[in-house]
Design a binder for this molecule. Structure first.
Ligand code: NAP
Ligand code: F7E
Length: 323
């Protein structure tokens, strides 16, 4: 039997790298879409780069998407590419809309035109819940996005549902709460804190400047969450699923655990800095993933404390190896 083929947009990102590894382990042929840049940024995928096919394309460029799908004819497309950093969505709102909102339509249209039997996964987000209308948030909770990023993702979510209903595409949307790992970008708060704490422990820094310490997130492990993406595309019917741990923790608790792992007291080093506060904040996110558990049989394996300790240990090791 010929191999299943999957196209992953955003393969160079945190989730793309874990998903590609997961699919390779399931014996998929993996095609990764990468955008052209003047320097190669394959840090997260270099250990399996030779096992996947990397092709150039961009969410801004309809022809490139059409050509890739026409040439490789994947059975499944995972659309993970996006401008994913919330603060940047205020400084570059139009670009964020182009990538994160209209980019989804471009991929869906390419699928519709080439082969409507291709299964499609859209990377939706808890940021769509924003100013939360109920606690915990589930698939039916109304959206109230609080950033241009969240607004763009609401568009991406609804266009996925619209193409499912208009053209009968197998288009699923995963509403994933924050998920982290040692491969998380250094600008996101978990990695900023674990890396910052490790630098302080090694005498490479003396303070860590952060924004709002009271906002709360439901943090899971990226390696667990990519399995849920795959499971969504193996179901008889396309649907939407919340993926979360059901636990919520503040940035303050995150600091306590990360610095505590290194026998440090975060209060001696963390400084609140207005530069890192947001024009509009999402204060309290916590997800109810009971539908995913019931239908997909999915549950998170790694919880908050373990996750943060894994990240601190990885940062200590990486910084020590660099010395
Ligand atoms: P990430 O690390 O920021 O990766 C984003 C990826 O998108 C990178 O590979 C990036 O390529 C690519 N990309 C950006 N703009 C592109 C464009 N115009 N054309 C082609 N590729 C482009 O994000 P992540 O954390 O892995 O998240 C994956 C997806 O899930 C994103 O859509 C994100 O919004 C969504 N999401 C993430 C979370 C989370 O907690 N991580 C939660 C919910 C939803 P370069 O390497 O070239 O920059
Ligand atoms: O912020 C607070 C900040 O940037 C989390 C993306 O993957 O998850 C991510 O979005 C919280 C916010 O992630 C700093 O105000 C305090 O309340 O790590 P973050 P995010 O905005 O939740 C969702 C689900 C996505 O979909 C996104 O793509 O932490 N915070 N001080 C800080 N945040 C940052 N970045 N830096 C600080 O210094």
């Amino acid at each position: 039997m010929s191999k299943r083929k999957a196209l992953v947009t955003g393969i160079t990102g945190q989730d793309g790298s874990y998903l590609a590894e997961f699919l390779l382990a399931k014996d998929y042929e993996v095609i990764g879409m990468v955008r052209r840049s003047s320097t190669v940024n394959f840090d997260r995928i270099k250990h399996f780069q030779d096992d996947v096919i990397l092709v150039q394309g961009d969410l801004l460029d309809q022809i490139s998407l059409l050509k890739i799908i026409e040439e490789y004819r994947p059975h499944e497309v995972y659309n993970l590419a996006a401008q994913s950093f919330v603060p940047t969505s205020w400084s570059q709102p139009v670009l964020t809309g182009e990538f994160t909102a209209l980019g989804v339509t471009r991929v869906l249209d390419a699928i519709r035109l080439v082969d409507p039997n291709i299964r499609f996964y859209q990377a939706s987000t808890s940021e769509m819940f924003g100013k939360v209308q109920e606690v915990p948030q589930k698939e039916t909770t109304p959206f109230y996005p609080r950033s241009p990023y969240g607004v763009a993702k609401v568009y991406g979510h609804w266009i996925t549902i619209n193409y499912r209903e208009s053209y009968d595409l197998f288009a699923a949307s995963g509403i994933l709460f924050n998920h982290e790992s040692p491969r998380r970008g250094l600008e996101f708060v978990t990695h900023k804190v674990t890396y910052g704490a490790a630098k302080i422990k090694l005498g490479l820094a003396h303070e860590l400047r952060l924004g709002n310490l009271e906002s709360r997130r439901d943090w899971g492990y990226a390696g667990d969450y990519v399995e849920a993406m795959w499971l969504m595309l193996q179901q008889p019917q396309p649907d939407d699923y919340v993926i979360a741990t059901g636990e919520t923790h503040s940035i303050r608790e995150l600091c306590e655990v990360a610095f505590g792992r290194l026998d440090l007291d975060y209060r001696d080093y963390v400084i609140q800095d207005q530069r890192f506060f947001r024009p509009a904040e999402v204060d309290q996110l916590v997800g109810d993933a009971s539908k995913a558990k019931r239908v997909l049989g999915w549950e998170p394996k790694i919880r908050f404390h373990e996750l943060i300790e894994i990240m601190v240990d990885a940062d200590m090791e990486a910084l020590q190896n660099r010395r």
